[in-house]
Design a protein. Structure first.
Length: 74
Protein backbone atom coordinates (compact mmCIF):
# COMPACT_ATOMS: atom_id res chain seq x y z
CA UNK A 1 0.00 0.00 0.00
CA UNK A 2 1.39 3.38 -0.98
CA UNK A 3 1.48 6.12 1.61
CA UNK A 4 0.64 9.70 0.68
CA UNK A 5 2.82 12.33 2.35
CA UNK A 6 2.95 16.11 2.07
CA UNK A 7 6.10 18.20 1.88
CA UNK A 8 6.98 21.78 1.09
CA UNK A 9 8.89 21.39 -2.19
CA UNK A 10 11.36 24.04 -1.02
CA UNK A 11 12.54 21.64 1.72
CA UNK A 12 13.81 19.07 -0.78
CA UNK A 13 17.46 18.13 -0.30
CA UNK A 14 17.81 16.80 -3.85
CA UNK A 15 15.74 15.60 -6.80
CA UNK A 16 16.38 13.14 -9.58
CA UNK A 17 14.54 10.70 -11.80
CA UNK A 18 17.06 8.00 -10.72
CA UNK A 19 16.27 6.63 -7.24
CA UNK A 20 19.68 4.94 -7.01
CA UNK A 21 21.38 8.31 -7.41
CA UNK A 22 19.13 9.77 -4.71
CA UNK A 23 20.04 6.86 -2.41
CA UNK A 24 23.74 7.69 -2.92
CA UNK A 25 23.00 11.35 -2.16
CA UNK A 26 21.17 10.22 0.99
CA UNK A 27 24.18 8.18 2.14
CA UNK A 28 26.43 11.22 1.75
CA UNK A 29 23.96 13.45 3.57
CA UNK A 30 23.55 10.92 6.40
CA UNK A 31 27.32 10.77 6.88
CA UNK A 32 27.32 14.55 7.47
CA UNK A 33 24.16 14.64 9.62
CA UNK A 34 25.10 14.77 13.30
CA UNK A 35 21.46 14.64 14.42
CA UNK A 36 20.81 11.46 12.39
CA UNK A 37 17.51 12.66 10.97
CA UNK A 38 15.73 10.07 8.88
CA UNK A 39 15.45 10.54 5.13
CA UNK A 40 12.71 9.60 2.69
CA UNK A 41 12.47 9.41 -1.07
CA UNK A 42 9.08 10.65 -2.27
CA UNK A 43 7.66 10.55 -5.79
CA UNK A 44 5.82 13.39 -7.49
CA UNK A 45 3.04 11.58 -9.33
CA UNK A 46 2.57 14.44 -11.80
CA UNK A 47 6.14 14.47 -13.14
CA UNK A 48 7.47 11.09 -11.98
CA UNK A 49 10.45 12.87 -10.41
CA UNK A 50 11.77 11.64 -7.07
CA UNK A 51 12.73 13.96 -4.21
CA UNK A 52 14.84 13.45 -1.11
CA UNK A 53 13.47 14.96 2.12
CA UNK A 54 14.19 14.74 5.81
CA UNK A 55 11.47 12.50 7.28
CA UNK A 56 10.64 15.01 10.01
CA UNK A 57 9.86 17.69 7.40
CA UNK A 58 6.55 15.96 6.58
CA UNK A 59 3.64 18.42 6.84
CA UNK A 60 -0.12 18.41 7.02
CA UNK A 61 -1.95 19.07 3.76
CA UNK A 62 -2.30 22.81 3.16
CA UNK A 63 -1.84 25.27 0.27
CA UNK A 64 1.96 25.43 0.80
CA UNK A 65 2.50 21.68 0.50
CA UNK A 66 2.53 19.21 -2.38
CA UNK A 67 1.27 15.64 -2.36
CA UNK A 68 3.87 12.89 -2.87
CA UNK A 69 3.84 9.11 -2.70
CA UNK A 70 6.35 7.66 -0.29
CA UNK A 71 8.88 5.62 -2.28
CA UNK A 72 11.46 4.62 0.34
CA UNK A 73 12.47 5.35 3.94
CA UNK A 74 16.20 5.52 4.55
Amino acid sequence: MEETVFFNLGNAIASNFDTKELARTAQIDQSKDLKRRGLVIATDLDSGEHFLFYADDVKEADPTTKEFKLHDKL
